[in-house]
Design a protein around this ligand. Structure first.
Ligand SMILES: C[S@@+](CC[C@H](N)C(=O)[O-])C[C@H]1O[C@@H](n2cnc3c(N)ncnc32)[C@H](O)[C@@H]1O
Length: 243
């Protein structure tokens, strides 16, 4: 089996001139640019957002809403698409007694996240593209923040399926839902799809939606089950799984 480095080199060789140059520069730069270049070159199955952009305390309103709605003192929290670890450390600030697990598809982000949380034995990080490896009903909170989107949809093209597909979103959300206990909270933010368009949403009630738009300050275009542009009306926010 070729190593990830061999696969990256092979893909780079097959990429056209200018694009290859841009990717090579990003690989050389390091940090989030290198992480995104590796994602674009490896194209792992079920990849949504290839950009690993993150920062500390990005979701104060969402975490405050979760803290208020949560009924347990030592919550088990899944951070799906945790990137290089800022989200894990932010969650720790809001929930000092939580057990936190991060999952990300990007191998470089996973490596960086593990380094960042070293020393906190109640935070673990795994590489993965969904939550199917998690035990059923094993979390009180599941976060999927700025994961179910793609940066190249920012200009709202009519279709999104050249980049991401509703069927993959729905299937992945179903694995997140299976990992959440009845009564637990699911938080989805900055998605290019509607949570309420998923079959599993029938088992949820709304806790808080209507957060301000745009992780990058721009409105997030939203696509329907057929991957066609619906507009900019979103339904993402905090939902509770019915018991
Ligand atoms: C923009 S970052 C968001 C990071 C963090 N959640 C935040 O909001 O600050 C998107 C992350 O989602 C990850 N990602 C994309 N598709 C994924 C998938 N199917 N499974 C797990 N992680 C995924 C990317 O690797 C990237 O690190």
């Amino acid at each position: 089996v070729p190593s990830p480095l061999h696969r990256v080199r092979g893909r780079l060789r097959r990429t056209r001139g200018w694009e290859a140059l841009v990717l090579a520069k990003a690989l050389a730069r390091g940090g989030e640019r290198r992480e995104a270049a590796v994602a674009m070159l490896l194209k792992p199955d079920n990849l949504f957002q290839p950009y690993t952009t993150t920062s500390a305390d990005r979701y104060p309103e969402e975490f405050a809403a979760v803290a208020e709605a949560l009924e347990v003192s030592e919550p088990r929290i899944l951070s799906f698409g945790c990137a290089s670890g800022d989200e894990l450390l932010s969650v720790r600030q809001y929930f000092p007694s939580a057990r936190i697990h991060g999952i990300d598809l990007n191998p470089l982000a996973v490596r960086a996240a593990r380094k960042r949380v070293r020393g906190d034995h109640a935070i673990t990080v795994a590489k993965g593209g969904d939550a199917s490896a998690e035990s059923p009903a094993s979390y009180d909170v599941v976060l999927a923040l700025a994961v179910f989107r793609h940066g190249s949809l920012k200009d709202a093209p009519v279709r999104c399926d050249q980049l991401i597909r509703f069927a993959d979103f729905e299937r992945t959300v179903a694995t997140l839902s299976a990992a959440l206990r009845p009564g637990g909270l699911l938080v989805i933010r900055h998605a290019n799809f509607l949570f309420t368009a998923c079959a599993v949403a029938a088992a949820y009630e709304q806790v808080l939606t209507g957060f301000a738009s745009g992780s990058d300050g721009k409105p997030t275009p939203v696509y329907d089950r057929q991957n066609t542009l619906l507009g900019f009306e979103r339904d993402d926010g905090v939902y509770r799984k019915l018991g």
